[in-house]
Design a protein around this ligand. Sequence first.
Ligand code: ZN
Length: 447
Amino acid sequence: MSSLLIRNGLVIGPNSQEIQDVLIEDDLFVEISPVINPPENTKILEAGGKWIFPGVIDPHTHMGIPIKSGHSADTFASGSRSALHGGVTTILDFSVLESGQSLTESLNTRIELAGESLCDVGIHVNITRFEPEILAEIPELIARGFNSFKVFTTYAEANMMLTYDQIEAVADIIAQHHGILMVHSEDNDVIIKASEPFAHGKETHSRYHGLSRPAKAELVAVSQLGEISARTNCTIYIVHLNTAAGLAKAAEYPLLKVETCPHYLLLSDKMYERADGQMFVSSPPLRTEADCEALWLGLQNGQIHTIGSDHCPFCLADKPRGTRFQDIPNGMGGVETLFPTLLAQFMERHLNLELLVRLTSRNPAKIFALDHLKGSIKPGLHADLMIVDPWSIADDWESRLETSLDWNAYTDFPALFPETVIRRGGIVASKTLDGDISRGTLLKSSK
Ligand SMILES: [Zn+2]
């Protein structure tokens, strides 16, 4: 058995912060208290009042997913490595349902790829076809420990969309088996109508991407999904919510859980006017500054429950300038910068750090039924944590990024990176990331 004692850190929990010692044995937390006398041969790490946060659970990544012309730029190996540098010790990614595949086959394929991940990893199951055989698989998958399923209210052209009636049928089954339904919530009809003026044109400016997917698309979809959650009693998790109107609507329905992303909090649609505006094309698009501020309020008043990166990065060459906006691959990177940039913003805005812990660790663990394993610094849970030196907030952090990507959206923001990162009891970063990190484990939800 190996034991590690972290002394005198300010342990920041979901509801409190206190100077504590933290004792880890093998991969678990065993004791957290003001003074611990460690067993013999315990390795000691002096935290000297620095901040200790639980490892971040990023509930939304897309490592190496297929797009029209290739794959998103990070593999599980490269993306998870950069994630660890930013304090993310767990990622939750998505299966990809290819034509002719069963849900089980798609999940098993994804689990194999995810075996390369250096973070612990869970997989949400994408349902992009509505067939009786597919629906019949849902209860077995929940029994296997895969209880989260994702559907799309748009992307009809890519054969990924389910109608609201089909989504309701899926929600009904998931609710009966105590799973959770995740939904990409942009109404397809609203998008088709708003896209009409650009359908035959040659518009290359990325601002048209935003105009073709207006805020109303989110409002309409969220309102439909709220009603579905009420009728079926299914918990519905709205991924990457990003408008003030969508947020206000979601707050009317107690069974809706809301995720937003760093790019919707930090970046507005003004980015589309930059020379590299095409790099900010993602779906849903970036919104107005007023929407960003509404999201910041939503974090504080409990209307937003989690922050996911929606990590789906592309390099400069993947998104050439001058491409028709419809042909630009959608997505941005963000798993490595998620926590460091948000922590710096929380400090600037004088927001409560316990709130940040709820949003980035405790809530995703609870919502996805992983709280028997993770999400807090508590005896019996996986020893995932990071130590942050609050005096090391920096503007010149970009050169220290671990990512293999050649473009970063957050250059203009301060960031506070952890100096030590521990994943299931193993130190994976101390000042710099370890060169040889063992692989993460596959996570299953509790029943
Ligand atoms: Zn996504």
